[in-house]
Design a protein around this ligand. Structure first.
Ligand SMILES: Cc1cc2nc3c(=O)[nH]c(=O)nc-3n(C[C@H](O)[C@H](O)[C@H](O)COP(=O)(O)O)c2cc1C
Length: 187
């Protein structure tokens, strides 16, 4: 399967990192990290997209400023299974909801909506304002899937990795990717 994975500047970049780790083992992954995504990667994990390039040599890393990227074109993006924004900041959400393209991530999401490529946004903010909720409704009505970065606890997590894998596993379920990141209910 083929995926575009976008990491934006919301807290929880570890969700994006874990998704990259799992998907890149068996699938083709194209990665875009926003400028603020890099800031948060540095804050929360002590790494940048350059480190990701080195750790995941098979992953194609795209410049978020490059609007000439093939990913910005509908005819090219149609061959992908899903576009995943993990985590998705409320700023990126606002841009997608209102059709404003200030970087390649916004454009790829816009193209995913118009070409009916599955678009999954893992929103991370607390609490939500009316603006955030309205924007989530707008993108949902336009065809995106909004996922909150909130793990369940019925699988009895023991460590942080269990909570991360629960959330990433839910996203992979929605993207149609088989996985065993968490134990399912009554399994
Ligand atoms: C350490 C840190 C944590 C942040 N956490 C969040 C967050 O959880 N949710 C959010 O929407 N924005 C958060 N922000 C703010 C975004 O980074 C900011 O709105 C930025 O413009 C988003 O740009 P992007 O969507 O292009 O990545 C955070 C910023 C920093 C520096």
């Amino acid at each position: 399967m083929r995926f575009v994975l976008c990491i934006t500047g919301a807290s929880g970049v570890i969700y994006g990192y874990r998704t990259l780790e799992v998907l890149s083992k068996e699938h083709e992954v194209h990665l875009i990290v926003s400028e603020s995504g890099n800031t948060v990667l540095k804050e929360e994990m002590g790494i940048t997209s350059e480190d990701l390039k080195r750790s995941f040599p098979k992953v194609a890393v795209h410049n978020p400023k490059d609007m000439t990227s093939p990913l910005a074109s509908g005819s090219r993006l149609r061959s992908f299974d899903s576009v995943l924004v993990i985590p998705c900041s409320t700023s990126t959400l606002g841009n997608i909801a209102n059709g404003i393209n200030q970087n390649l991530i916004h454009r790829v999401c816009e193209v995913a909506l118009k070409e009916r490529v599955r678009l999954i946004l893992l929103i991370r903010e607390m609490p939500y304002s009316k603006v955030h909720i309205e924007n989530m409704l707008k993108v949902t009505e336009a065809g995106a899937i909004v996922v909150p970065a909130s793990p369940g606890f019925y699988h009895r997590p023991k460590k942080m990795e269990d909570l991360i894998d629960f959330v990433v596993g839910k996203v992979l379920d929605l993207a149609g990717v088989p996985h065993s990141l968490f134990r399912r209910w009554r399994e």
